[in-house]
Design a protein around this ligand. Structure first.
Ligand code: SAH
Length: 353
């Protein structure tokens, strides 16, 4: 039994079954035994690999997106460049390197703002961004207001807690985590007020934590202007059938989310439609697939430029493979989507026109 499993069982013995969202929040963010708070989960030796870790091309294209957006909003003298859940800091490092191509952009940015709960990953980010002097925040809401905001989040929202509601005998019920014969497992809990008709067996996932962050982004963009780019796996609107996307990953393979709490990555697909609606005050542009966005930002040309610079076949193969992984429909190209939010009066951001 993991240390966290014992804590969760004691918690349930005292307070009764807990919502799935509370379980997820504790598994990922428990100050001592949480999955993210206690390790660096990324890379081949970890549990999953993300787009910025696949290739520098991803972060460079996003860096150009951010720098162009800065130009499009009139190249303000000061801007807050923020990243939510920056992992190893690779994406921000690539963004800043590419962003240097726009004269004045880095000076306007100053110190990048990093929203990160993990002390382990904060240390990795400090290494990756040595000389850039980042400022860390526990929550997005702590980032000071008053200057335009340029925000990026890659594979951040999938890590935020979800609730699951299940339709049974004409009623919506909360899915809860309980202890059964000594093991943690999912159960059908109390009736909840949820105003939607659906056949029995229907399942809904909602992420109040995600919607709260989106609401903050919307409010900030409405008052201060700027733009946000949110990239993750998910859908515009959930499917009418099925819909259970709660999953656990360990060592690059799916595993039982209740078997070893705190040791596996827990995620759910991102409901982009809900994020766009929660971001009140901002303008939400039509959702794009990651593949289509990266191609329209010049992924093929970037890959060709890298290919001209490589010295051996193995390096060339790696560029070709990375291009495919990022953009091909059988890889990350269509499962991953990009949502752009801007200030209410802004024009279409790069790639979204
Ligand atoms: N964006 C990175 C890492 C993705 S993993 C990449 O693409 O490689 C998810 C990241 O979000 C990690 O850095 C994790 O520690 C952070 N994170 C997870 N939950 C968080 C929360 N509630 N608040 C802030 N950061 C969080």
């Amino acid at each position: 039994m993991t240390a966290l499993a014992a804590i969760l069982r004691a918690h349930i013995a005292q307070g009764g079954p807990m919502r799935l969202s509370d379980y997820m929040a504790l598994c990922l963010g428990h100050p001592e035994h949480g999955y993210y708070t206690s390790r660096d989960p990324l890379g081949a030796a970890g549990d999953f690999t993300t787009a910025p870790e696949i290739s520098q091309m991803f972060g460079e294209l996003i860096g150009l997106w951010l720098a162009q957006t800065w130009l499009d909003i009139g190249a303000p003298e000061r801007v807050v460049l923020a990243e939510l859940g920056p992992g190893r800091g690779t994406l921000m490092a690539d963004i800043l390197r590419a962003g240097a191509a726009a004269p004045g952009f880095l000076a306007a940015v100053g110190r990048p703002a990093m929203v990160e709960i993990s002390p382990v990953l904060r240390a990795r980010q400090a290494e990756a961004l040595a000389g850039r002097d980042p400022i860390w925040f526990d929550r997005a809401e702590d980032i000071p207001a008053g200057t335009p905001l340029l925000l990026v989040a890659n594979e951040f929202f999938d890590a935020l807690p979800i609730r699951q509601l299940e339709r049974r005998k004409g009623r919506w019920r909360e899915r809860v985590v309980t202890v059964d014969e000594g093991a943690l497992r999912l159960a059908c809990g109390p009736v909840v007020p949820w105003d939607e008709a659906a056949p029995d067996g229907a399942l809904r996932e909602v992420s109040p934590a995600s919607e709260a962050v989106a609401a903050w982004i919307g409010a900030r963009l409405a008052t201060d202007g700027g733009a946000a780019l949110i990239v993750d796996y998910g859908y515009g609107e959930p499917p009418t059938q099925g819909g259970d996307t709660f999953q656990a990953l360990r060592g690059h393979a799916f595993t039982d989310p209740f078997a070893a709490p705190g040791q596996a990555d827990l995620t759910a697909h991102v409901h982009f439609g809900a994020l766009a609606r929660a971001a009140k005050g901002a303008r939400a542009w039509p959702l794009m697939t990651q593949g289509a966005l990266l191609e329209s930002l010049g992924l093929t040309a970037r890959a060709q430029a890298l290919l001209r610079a490589v010295r051996d076949d193995a390096a060339a193969d790696a560029v070709v493979a990375a291009h495919r992984r990022l953009a091909h429909p059988d890889e990350m190209g269509t499962l991953f989507k990009a949502l752009a939010l801007t200030g209410p009066r802004a024009g279409a951001p790069p790639g979204f026109g």
